[in-house]
Design a protein around this ligand. Sequence first.
Ligand SMILES: C[S@@+](CC[C@H](N)C(=O)[O-])C[C@H]1O[C@@H](n2cnc3c(N)ncnc32)[C@H](O)[C@@H]1O
Length: 294
Amino acid sequence: MLELTDDWLALRAPADSAARADQLVASLGGLPTGQGGLEVLDLGCGTGANLRHLAPLLAGAGHVQQHWTCVDHDRGLLARLPPRTRAWAEAQDLACTEAGGGLDVRAGDWRAEVAWTTLDLAAELQRLPLPARGLVTASALLDLVSEPWLAALLWRCRAAGCALLLALSYDGRCALTPAHACDAQVIALVNRHQRSDKGFGPALGPTAAATAGRRCGALGYLVQAAPSDWHLGPDMTGLQRALLAGWRDAAVQIVTGDAGAADWIDDWQGVREASIGAGESRLLVGHMDLLALP
Ligand SMILES: C[S@@+](CC[C@H](N)C(=O)[O-])C[C@H]1O[C@@H](n2cnc3c(N)ncnc32)[C@H](O)[C@@H]1O
């Protein structure tokens, strides 16, 4: 199973950025903001990739004053948020200074104040500082959570008048080139693993975006969804290798007890690794982005 390390998040960030359905962000331009600007809460922020992707786009949609609160339960990942954000700002020619224990990112015509805090979303949902009439966002989180947890989150967001932008939820679609006879079997095992408990109860896995869309609609939200698939070409060897290793481990965990099963999964991984080495491997990994406006 893929471990949520700084290295893994850094490896996937370019594919995530290229995949995201950024056209959805324009619809957030109409969100009313108070004098202080747009309040944004980023759930499961990791090292801050969602912040770095979204802040300039929100600015482009008219939110030139933003106040971000980024939450995660992993202190190690949170500790990487400031240096990664400073490095990103420098590369983008943005000013980034420390202010009040957080960061202050400034471009010529927009500004984002960034704070972060440790919080276990599974155990401490009631403590979440929801921004009234602001934006609640998450990237690559939704497939980890359970349906009761999601229902409780959405209900609280609706009551607080929050908009939601839930990006990059894995939806179970995978296409592997060149094809191998065992691809479908491995992906089916991976998708079963996706439904196992990731700390929130039985995970929504590939059903996450559809479930969130349905539940948001039932709460009266205006919902838009768009695919945000990864298209990993032969040049993305590092991410392809890490993903295959994660798929292999997930599949093996599901078939434990079936003697010999690991052998065919390892053989499958060996063939796919050879395709990567030969510069022939392409992977499509299906994701969905979801926007819900109150
Ligand atoms: C796949 S990573 C995505 C990170 C980041 N949003 C990004 O796009 O790079 C999922 C994140 O959810 C966080 N997470 C998982 N379970 C959590 C929990 N119970 N409470 C808070 N954060 C959690 C992980 O620590 C990790 O940072």
